[in-house]
Design a binder for this molecule. Structure first.
Ligand SMILES: Cc1cc2nc3c(=O)[nH]c(=O)nc-3n(C[C@H](O)[C@H](O)[C@H](O)COP(=O)(O)O)c2cc1C
Length: 680
């Protein structure tokens, strides 16, 4: 019912402007007729806006654009003197194209969803909305449409008054180029992305069921790391059956049957899954075409190709063929953090992407290396050319640098720059430069001493939420690029990087992980990271104000000793942070048009009253008590935090009276879905 309603409202969104144009006789009307036309158009646009808000809780860019256009038009014709108001009447078509041009261009520049996104969501099934391909295709099409509207605007402007230029040509462009492109482009894009590399079918079992039962043999524990997840297969057709792959503690086991809470569910015809595994057909394309269905963690789906290697016989043959031209990547990791750092999380994702394309990778952890500061003696230039006086870990690292094809500088942002560990390392690269001053471009530099056959990738994250904090670091790397004549082929920069370790944000972080993984693929496959991928890594998870609020809560909780000063290691130890986090990970799709308040009356170690207020697809976290909450949860902070951290089972704790809930119990039941990615 709802998708149909969405489609109907999408079609009716054009009615206000069509009626306006008809009543205004496509610009030929008298001022009085035009005045009437704008008012009628505005009223219809207002009704359309109201209906969309009321019934589908969402208004499209088109509705907003038309409402704005007719609102401004009405004010224009009524409030300005006659010679000015007739300007609107004369140029209304041109202005409309201009408004459409801005509507298609501006949102994505400010990191809002692209124009075509909402429309494409009505055409494509929900399972593909989260895929990077869906997003990229929409971004391309949106820019394409802004180009069309710009051309139409110019045509209408320069051919003013002539229907050929303001109506006929624009219509031909929209119907003859725009709409066919929307149909053709997604397939064209997907075809270009996937190059079939079929693996000899004789090396695979005959049915998908047998294949899945053998998958633990092909499991790659190094790629899995600390991953813990159940993958449910629901196969139909030949070799049908239900099977579960369980990944935990670096091991993979398989059993037939079902699991209650899989991280990923794959529902597919058996023969299709065999073809995907044999790399005969494109998994993304098949998913978009609805040939199989996936529920749950799309990130995990994308990783499956790496988690499970193709049969050994194939691999060894392929590897020997490619061995000589394997890309060697050397990652220089400059975070001083003793345990897994945010930089490391991003770097691993990037390297996994590169490995999937056959690259050989090595990571150097600078914090574990003995690297003396450069003392500027120039011995490596003057007395022993190319050789430094210090015999620490650096001489060996210089060899590795010279030997690699791509060097990845991975560093957290420290004081708008790289860390001192990485800075010291880079200073000690001096033996690789020649002392003579040579002019490259506008300025003099020291040229490389040896022939250089490598490229540079910069990978960084910072604490603050804005991308502008990286300006200085980027600038430095542009100079390094020119100086060493080593092309900088990728900038993977993530603001608000402290979110990376937050388990409860896994779903929200999927976009960043996928883009970083793709960056690794691109750098090996295409020789550089695409601008699009770089932009996707930068896409904010939260608005800066929201991020700051959460960060400040976290610091307060540390300062008040609630966490005994321990930095968080996955577990949530503060009720306010937990509830704020629930609001942040609120699943608006699961909520629909739910309007409710949930009051928490908390006793125990961290006493207080807080509530979550759900309305218009948003969830707000507030301190205090609300009148007539729909649901009241009375709990000690210890119990609720234990549930959130999965130390206690929520349902059992309720049955045992460890916490009480009064009011709308169906709301209590829905909480797991409403705050889907939250641990509770
Ligand atoms: C000494 C120091 C300086 C920092 N300077 C900045 C900065 O200038 N801008 C910023 O946004 N974050 C800054 N941060 C925050 C880190 O970039 C951020 O915590 C990052 O996620 C750490 O990454 P890591 O876990 O890989 O070490 C700084 C942190 C420290 C400890």
């Amino acid at each position: 019912m709802r998708p149909n309603l969405k489609k109907i409202l999408f079609i009716t969104s054009f009615i206000p402007v069509i009626i306006f144009k008809v009543m205004a006789r496509v610009g030929e009307a008298t001022l009085e007729q035009a005045k009437m036309a704008t008012v009628v158009g505005l009223i219809l646009a207002g009704i359309q806006f109201f209906l969309s808000k009321r019934f589908i809780n969402h208004t499209t860019y088109l509705e907003k654009a038309f409402l704005g256009f007719l609102g401004v038009g009405t004010a224009w014709v009524y409030l300005t003197p006659t010679h000015l108001s007739s300007l609107f009447v004369d140029h209304s078509t041109t202005l409309l194209y201009f408004v459409l041009f801005l509507t298609t261009l501006v949102p994505q520049l400010f990191r809002y969803d692209p124009f075509t996104y909402a429309i494409a969501k009505q055409m494509a099934p929900e399972r593909v909305w989260n895929t990077p391909q869906f997003r990229t295709i929409n971004l391309h099409l949106t820019y394409f449409w802004s180009g069309i509207f710009l051309i139409n605007f110019l045509s209408s402007w320069f051919g003013h008054g002539k229907p050929l230029f303001s109506i006929l040509i624009p219509l031909v462009i929209i119907l003859g180029i725009g709409l066919p492109m929307v149909k053709i482009y997604p397939n064209f894009y997907l075809k270009r992305q996937f190059i079939p590399q079929p693996i000899d079918p004789s090396l695979f079992p005959k049915t998908a069921k047998e294949l899945i039962l053998q998958m633990p043999l092909a499991f790659n524990s190094a790629v899995a790391g600390s991953l813990k997840a159940d993958i449910q297969f629901d196969l139909s057709g030949e070799g049908e059956g239900k099977m579960v792959l369980s990944i935990a503690e670096g091991q993979c086991t398989v059993h037939e049957g079902e699991t209650p809470s899989p991280a990923l569910t794959i529902i597919s015809p058996g023969d299709l899954w065999l073809k995907i595994t044999r790399r005969e057909i494109d998994p993304a394309r098949s998913l978009m075409d609805g040939l199989y269905e996936v529920k749950g963690d799309m990130n995990l789906l994308m990783k499956m190709g790496d988690l499970f290697r193709p049969p050994a016989k194939i691999k060894s043959r392929e590897v020997t063929q490619k061995e000589e031209k394997r890309v060697k990547i050397l990652a220089i990791q400059g975070s001083p953090r003793p345990k897994v750092s945010n930089t490391e999380i991003l770097l691993r994702e990037f390297l996994k992407g590169a490995q999937s394309q056959g690259a050989e990778t090595e990571t150097i952890y600078l914090k574990d290396k003995d690297i003396h500061s450069c003392v500027g003696c120039y011995t490596c230039w003057a007395k022993t050319p190319g050789v430094c006086v210090f015999k620490d870990d650096m001489p060996e690292l210089l060899e590795k640098v010279r030997d690699c094809n791509i060097i990845v500088y991975a560093t957290p942002l420290y004081n708008y720059n790289m860390t001192s560990l990485l800075k010291a390392f880079q200073e000690r690269l001096l033996p690789l430069s020649d002392p003579h001053l040579t002019k490259t471009g506008e300025t003099y530099r020291h040229p490389p001493r040896y022939e250089v056959n490598r490229k540079v990738v910069l990978l960084s994250n910072c604490g603050f939420p804005e991308i502008s904090h990286f300006d200085g670091l980027r600038h430095v790397f542009r100079h390094i690029e020119q100086s060493g004549q080593i092309p900088l082929v990728g900038e993977i920069l993530m603001p608000a990087g402290e979110l990376l370790k937050n388990e409860s944000l896994r779903e929200k972080l999927q976009g960043v992980f996928q883009a970083t993984y793709r960056a690794g693929i691109e750098v090996v496959r295409d020789g550089r990271v695409s601008k699009e991928t770089e932009m996707q890594v930068q896409e904010p998870i939260f608005a800066p104000d929201e991020l700051a609020e959460m960060a400040n809560l976290m610091w307060d909780s540390h300062l008040q000793g609630i966490t005994q000063g321990k930095p968080q290691e996955g577990g949530i130890e503060d009720m306010r942070l937990l509830l704020r986090g629930m609001a942040a990970t609120f699943n608006s799709q699961a909520a629909g048009n739910l309007k409710a308040t949930i009051q928490f009356e908390v006793t125990g170690k961290q006493t207080g009253n807080w509530f979550l207020s759900i309305e218009n697809g948003k969830c707000a976290f507030r301190e205090g008590k609300v009148n007539d909450p729909d649901l009241t949860i009375q709990t000690s902070s210890e119990v609720w935090l234990a549930i959130a951290n999965r130390e206690l089972d929520g349902q059992r704790a309720f049955a045992e009276g460890k916490y009480t809930a009064t009011g709308d119990m169906s709301l209590l039941m829905r909480m797991k879905n409403l705050f889907g990615s939250q641990r509770s």
